[in-house]
Design a protein around this ligand. Structure first.
Ligand SMILES: C[S@@+](CC[C@H](N)C(=O)[O-])C[C@H]1O[C@@H](n2cnc3c(N)ncnc32)[C@H](O)[C@@H]1O
Length: 280
């Protein structure tokens, strides 16, 4: 069957359910009916590249154990939309929390950007810490672990090169200080980059791995793709990765009815953040 015929294929309700089931089981992402066209378009595009004749044939390739194609498929299907200092209120909250903490201790901060996409979020956090350190006349020791399930997004994040248009909402002074012109694009400086460890990781796996306890977990616009029960179970797992006193910040309204006995909500207008109050 040629591409002209493939282009006319539509996912049946059963096929949509099948793909959705696989995605949900392995990534947590759950496509709603209205997102069927996005899934279908991405599938057709990839099938065309592989000269693959049907959704069912491609499904068998993708779901095979240890299939390399799985990683490619996930990179295609994830929505990696992001921008520098997205939801500025959350960053302002981190700034206030960090500056306060920085004044009290010289300990190193562990920070986790969960679902970091192409890196704008962890780079924004790093710029914020660099600025806080400068304000207080010293070095702020911090490490940001930035993780995402999309290998393509992580590769771009590691590269740290962005078009000028990505900086529309970034203060020019920050852009000039932390980015250098590189072949018509702007490349993040090593001063910022050296604090960030990028990893391609699935949050469903990470939640069960022993990792360093965090002072700050920043998890925005990832949970929106998950069903309510899954959001809550991921958040419960993230709480276990927080140090006592550590802060979890999610996007406002991303989870409405969730509570965890080890957390107290931070009273910040326009920000959805929680502080860990006890150890397990
Ligand atoms: C819309 S972006 C959000 C980026 C950034 N946090 C922000 O708020 O601008 C959501 C990211 O979550 C990632 N993602 C989705 N499911 C994931 C999973 N199971 N594990 C890790 N990352 C995941 C996607 O690849 C995507 O890059």
């Amino acid at each position: 069957m040629g591409w002209s015929l493939q282009a006319t294929q539509s996912l049946s309700a059963l096929q949509f359910e099948q793909w959705n089931g696989l995605l949900e089981e392995r990534t947590g992402m759950h496509f709603r009916q209205v997102q069927q066209s996005h899934l279908q378009a991405q599938l057709l595009m990839r099938m065309r590249e592989l000269n693959c004749n049907s959704f069912d044939e491609y499904y068998q390739i993708v779901r095979a154990a240890d299939a390399e194609e799985w990683g490619v498929f996930v990179s295609r299907i994830t929505v990696n939309e992001t921008r520098f200092f997205r939801h500025i209120e959350s960053f302002d909250f981190v700034r206030r929390t960090i500056v306060e903490k920085y004044e009290k201790t010289s300990a190193s901060l562990n920070v986790w950007s969960v679902g970091c996409a192409t890196g704008e979020e962890p780079y924004s956090l790093a710029m914020l810490f660099e600025e806080a350190a400068e304000l207080h006349g010293g070095d702020l020791s911090y490490t940001i672990d930035a993780t995402d399930i999309s290998a393509e997004a992580i590769a771009l994040a590691k590269l740290g090169e962005y078009p000028g248009s990505a900086f529309a909402e970034v203060k020019p002074a920050l852009r000039e200080k932390y980015f250098q012109t590189h072949g018509g694009r702007l490349k993040v400086t090593d001063a910022v980059k050296r604090h960030i460890r990028f990893h391609c990781e699935n949050i469903l796996d990470l939640a069960h791995k022993p990792i360093e306890k965090m002072d700050i977990i920043f998890c925005q616009n990832l949970l929106i793709y998950f069903q309510e029960w899954r959001k809550k179970s991921i958040l419960d797992a993230l709480v276990k990765q927080l140090k006592p006193g550590g802060i979890l910040i999610i996007g406002p309204g991303e989870v409405m009815t969730w509570k965890n006995i080890f957390l107290t909500p931070c009273r910040e207008i326009g920000v959805q953040a929680y502080q860990r109050i006890q150890t397990t």
